[in-house]
Design a protein around this ligand. Sequence first.
Ligand code: DX5
Ligand code: ZN
Length: 217
Amino acid sequence: MKKVIVAPSVLSLDYAKVETQLAQVVKANTPWLHFDVMDGHFVDAITFGPNVLKGFKKATNLFMDVHIMVDQPVKVAKQMIDAGADMITFHVESLDSENEIHQLIASIKRQGCKAGITARPGTQIANILPYLASVDLVLVMSVEPGKGGQSFMPEALDKIAYFDTYRKEHNLNYVIEVDGGINKDTGELCKKAGVDVLVAGSYVFEGDIEERIQSLV
Ligand code: DX5
Ligand code: ZN
């Protein structure tokens, strides 16, 4: 089975034990860390912003994979890039036109960061296609965005397979990431479908962190 990158989602981290839990993530040798930025508008929950990312950046040199679920993606992308984001992934639904989406992808890249686009469960693939030649990553959401600990939606597998076939046929090299309800079993299914990055929150942080990360690779 092919190897994937595991991106533990710090949404599920126990903030009373940040130091020890982060040390376990680092010990598991995983290269990425996933940040869910939620603004209380685009999704109901409010999570964290640039200052928290800065703190993690000081403590580790992991690749900072920032997933923004916000009403003002242009503003928030800039704040998170200034704080040290290595990848910004945003939702097509957070902007009004194709032109604005193209502009944000270009602007993220101009600021020296990688750019990703998200397909939520209800997002039509046709609404993602125009950007596939310009992005570094496609994020397939396997739950409705907004909180951790939900169950994996198997429809995500067809989307992963579609984006995998599409990149081969069009000679593109974006990375495919899946986010939501990932554990050992659902992770295997996603790998078979062609995924490259598994985001996992509750599965990783509600057990032995090092062991759980390694069980997904
Ligand atoms: C949900 C977030 C996810 C979340 C996943 O909106 O985008 O990254 O942390 O959590 P689990 O792995 O618990 O489904
Ligand atoms: Zn996420």
